[in-house]
Design a protein around this ligand. Structure first.
Ligand code: UDP
Length: 247
């Protein structure tokens, strides 16, 4: 048993986290940094399930704008998440962290198929479980996959790792006066049109099932560890808090 605030986490890692300073694709150094953060909590016996995004390689919406049928483009996006999951598995292996990739689309030569009980067993045995291909169906994103999988795997929290250090009232890259929320109610997160952090479907599922969501920056040293320890980094979204700005 670990002494951390959360014992089993769902970590949603956007594809862009593996991009480093590149404009596209996978930077092994960035993957190694993500693996190091995971290692810090793995050492503390935190059970980690991770849903990998694919936006650094392909997004269905972008593909369909370029003329590919939406469903086909979405399947291509799902395949991108499998590539990312394999890259992260490689980085985890190099960091000495055991892991398994499970894919929602069957591809037995490279990944196990997603089987809920098996995924739980892997985590209980101390293996990080990397979930690829999102939900396995088109017209949604990996945020929804992360929310769904987090619920069925009984994770204590859904942690969305991003390049920004939390949820802001306006886009902080466009508005220098944007303010970060320390805590946020699900209702505000869903209803406030200026808040764009995650799919509404993903948030609605988390809200209905009372699973807190945390948004934080992954590329700050020790941040994942701080997040699982319950430190005040990023933004915490829940039914049990009030909407409050960070100092
Ligand atoms: N995707 C999908 N169904 C899913 C998950 C993902 O169709 O359950 C497709 C969708 O086209 C999406 C792409 O895979 O754009 C890559 O995932 P996402 O955009 O969520 O990646 P991220 O933004 O997290 O890097």
């Amino acid at each position: 048993m670990s002494a951390t605030r959360f014992q089993r986490i769902m970590l949603k890692v956007g594809g862009e986290s593996l991009m480093g300073d590149r404009e596209y694709g996978i930077d092994p150094q960035a993957a190694a940094m993500v693996a190091e953060q995971i290692k810090q909590v793995y050492i503390k016996h935190v059970q980690v399930a991770l849903v990998m995004g694919g936006g650094n390689i392909f997004r269905g919406v972008a593909g369909s704008k370029n003329g590919i049928e939406r469903a086909t483009a979405d399947y291509m996006g799902m395949l991108a998440t499998v590539m990312n999951a394999l890259a992260l598995q490689d980085a985890l292996e190099k960091a000495g962290v055991p892991s398994r990739v499970q894919s929602a689309l069957q591809m037995p030569a490279v990944a196990e198929s997603f089987i809920r009980r098996k995924a739980i067993r892997h985590m209980e045995k101390g293996r990080v479980i990397l979930l690829a291909a999102g939900t396995g169906v088109p017209y949604v994103t990996t945020d929804t996959g992360a929310s769904l999988h987090a619920l069925e795997l009984k994770c204590d929290v859904l942690m969305k790792a991003t390049k920004v250090d939390g949820i802001y009232d306006q886009d902080p890259q466009k508005f220098p006066n944007a303010r970060r929320y320390k805590t946020l109610t699900f209702n505000d997160a869903i209803q406030n049109k200026d808040i764009d952090v995650m799919d509404t479907a993903a948030l609605a599922m988390a809200k209905e099932n009372n699973m807190p969501v945390m948004v934080f920056e992954l590329f700050k040293e020790n941040n994942l560890q701080k997040a699982v320890d319950g430190e005040n980094i990023g933004t915490y979204v829940s039914n049990d808090v009030e909407t409050v700005f960070a100092e």
